[in-house]
Every structure is written in C-alpha cells, then in structure tokens.
Ligand binder design. Sequence first.
Ligand code: ZN
Length: 250
Amino acid sequence: MRALILSDIHANLDALEAVIAQAPAHDVVWNLGDVVGYGACPNEVIDHVRSWATINVRGNHDRACSGLIELKDFNLVAAFAARWTQDQLTEENLLWLRQLEAGPALPENFDASCSHGSLLDEDEYVVTTHDAWLPLHRSARRINFFGHTHLQGGFATSNSEWFQLQPEFASREGAEEYPLHLRAGARYLLNPGSVGQPRDKDWRAAFAIYDNAMNVVSFYRVPYDVQSAQSRIMQAGLPDRLALRLSEGR
Ligand code: ZN
C-alpha cells in the first residue's frame, strides 16, 4: 500500500492543489497537522483535507485557530493570522478543527505512526538527533512521521548508529523525487516537509509517499503558483511577511 503524507499545509490552496495534481498514485492520505494558519484559504483547504484524508492529527495552529489554546506563545504575525483565520472559518470547519486528535495516530496496515511535533509532546520541535533519540526509542512503530519544523528529511537509527537524513535535489525548479530505501532493522523519524510554507530554502511544496511493499519513502518537491498564494495573502490583509517568505522558502 502507498500512503501520501502531507504536513503543514497552512491554508495554502495553491500549493495543496499542485500537490494533489502531481502526487503519484496512493491508497491513503495522512495529514500531520497545521492545515490552517498563515495562509489565505483556510476553508477551501479544510474542505479538501476533510474529503480525503484517512488520518488527521492536530497541529498547534489548528488548536490556536479554533480557540483551543491561547495565543500567548505565538509571535505577533502568527497570532494575527490565527485571529484572522478564526474569523473566516465556517462553523462546520471550526468544529472539525476542534475535534482533531493529538498524535501519535497509528494507521492500520502500516508499521508507522503520525505525529505533528514529537511523538512524546505534540508541541516539541524535532530538529536534532538529540531531539529524535527518545521519541524514536519509545515508539512502538518502526517508521514515524512528523511535521511542525517545516524541514523535509529526518533521522534514522540502527543499533548505536545514527543518521540525519536530508533529501538532495538537483535544482529549485520543476518537480523532483528523492527515494529513501528503508534498511531492514533500522528505525526512522521522517518529516515529509511542509506543503504550504517550506522553511528549508526551497520554495516548492513538499510531501512524501510511503510504499510499505517496496520499503521506500520518497520525498517530493513540486512547483506551484506561489504568486497566486502571495496575492491572496496580501488581498486578505494578512501581514506582507507571510507572503514574502513563501518565495524564499523560509
Ligand atoms: Zn506548521
């Protein structure tokens, strides 16, 4: 079976539509959270995700934009965007955001888990091998997907060996794929990257496909109409910074 794994869509409809159009065939879709916040199309993006995702875990922006947490830990721009988003949401979409489960979710038919932040704390950022060590050792599953950092790649361990994994792409243009062949006995913590607001200096929308029969996780980058996403943000009256960062990938 093949799972399409999406994280940190952040209400970027242009990026999400490009991913849907360009993603290879798959059987299920896993959403790792932060469907909304920052971008200008929260309802349209939720409508998409609700219609096809088989796993949905909540992100910190999903909680903030639906009033489940206070905005005191958010910076001014993120808090402004969260308030704006909450005002835009339909009642139905607001309720959908509020009922999302905290990770880790455990998909059927896969030796895998899905979280937003760390497996042990949904709000914790997993950036270094030090951050990855405990969650990876505590997880009951072998392949563990996470988001939150907006950085595509991850970590692997077999016995005492540790590896930090970062997909290598030839360019910053066009659609590209980077296959990671999973090693028998190794355990993985993998981030598909952010669909709607990448922060690894590559502006293209990021996602991953996990093929459990082939034992491969493929990382993808696909181009999208970033100018459209930027003008929607400007027209919505959201902070300019949220538009500008999209073309810089940070
Ligand atoms: Zn996020």
